[in-house]
Design a protein around this ligand. Structure first.
Ligand code: TXA
Ligand code: MG
Length: 315
């Protein structure tokens, strides 16, 4: 059931979380499928509903730093500095886990991924629930991430106890994941650009990409994929005959000859392009096209997260 984010429905959603249920809710990145991070049985339902073939670690969401002792063992000074700068916001930090977090949440790892989302509905929901909330993106395993409540409803629907509709998400790509070991490692490109992190940390090396061991599902080479076959190509690389039955996901300019074209950002703004990425793919995926071609975008700022998602979707 989809509800607007009224005071009453948030109270109801919080009660569902406290009693072990599942609530899909908006964040500034994508919609999350949430359960109490302290309740192993509730977390098990997340895996069941998403159809994840293996138990992969989840991101735990907090509404205030006062909740952190329930989630992490300690907050090192560098993490504190990053929280000052980027929280609430789309930066996920991987830190040593506390004993209160069931090992199902972290897939048995001694570390836990944690973030404070910059979305009033998410913050209010977590605050009212009074527990940290484990939430992966609210999509079936391997499929496109949801940027609207209707994406969640269409794909997970009645298997979720409640879907809180907060409209379209602002960033449209997931959070950036940073592992804070002896030296910081970028585990997933996301809504906080690598360049912004480097202003604080100095040069960092991304540990992402298809060549790496699949440490996390966001690093699996096939992920975030529509059902329609998708390939990255500039317009001139697609033969005129093929264009007639294909959709094109363009960065800024409309190419000729395709059956349907979605433009990510007419002004060439990478932030706007990221915000439209999954939504445009959801739309194209419903048209019964023979193929989708996606135009490469410049690999700077949010362009890195876009290219990462497109490479995985098309691999
Ligand atoms: O923007 C986001 O991060 C969204 C919203 C809902 O917050 N959530 C999201 O969750 O993208 P999910 O499950 O789709 O991706 C979580 C990623 C996974 O790739 C997971 O393996 C990684 O975080 N992760 C979680 N715990 C980890 C850990 N202890 N070490 C390394 N990676 C971890
Ligand atoms: Mg996901």
């Amino acid at each position: 059931m989809v509800v607007p984010p009224t005071e009453e429905s948030l109270q109801r959603a919080a009660a569902i979380l406290r009693s072990g249920g599942l609530v899909a809710f908006p964040t500034e990145t994508v919609y999350g499928l949430g359960a109490s991070a302290l309740d192993a049985q509730a977390v098990a339902r997340i895996f069941e509903v998403k159809g994840r073939p293996t138990f992969n670690p989840l991101i735990v969401h907090v509404a205030e730093r006062g909740m952190l002792p329930q989630v992490v063992e300690a907050v090192p000074p560098l993490a504190e500095e990053l929280m000052d700068r980027f929280w609430p916001g789309p930066l996920t930090l991987v830190l040593p886990k506390s004993g209160q977090i069931p090992s199902l949440v972290t897939a048995g790892l001694p570390t836990v991924a944690v973030r404070m989302p910059a979305h009033p509905v998410a913050l209010e929901l977590i605050r009212q629930a009074g527990v940290p909330v484990a939430a992966p993106s609210a999509n079936p395993f391997g499929y496109l991430s949801p940027t609207r409540a209707e994406h969640v409803e269409r794909t997970l629907g009645s298997r979720v106890d409640l879907i809180v509709d907060g409209g379209r998400t602002q960033f449209g790509v997931e959070s950036t994941i940073l592992w804070l070991g002896e030296r910081p490692l970028l585990l997933r490109h996301g809504a906080v650009p690598q360049e912004a992190l480097e202003e604080v940390l100095g040069p960092i090396e991304p540990q992402v990409g298809p060549r790496q061991q699949p440490l996390v599902p966001g690093q699996l080479s096939q992920h975030y994929a529509p059902r329609t076959p998708i390939r990255m190509a500039y317009p001139h690389e697609v033969a005129p005959e093929e264009r007639k039955e294909a959709g094109y996901l363009a960065f800024r300019d409309v190419p000729r000859g395709f059956k349907v074209v979605k433009v990510l950002s007419p002004t060439g703004d990478l932030r706007e392009a990221a915000a439209h990425l999954f939504e445009a793919l959801h739309q194209l995926d419903r048209l019964g096209l023979r193929a989708i071609y996606a135009e490469p975008v410049p690999e700077v700022g949010l362009g890195r997260a876009i290219m990462d998602r497109l490479r995985r979707a098309s691999s």
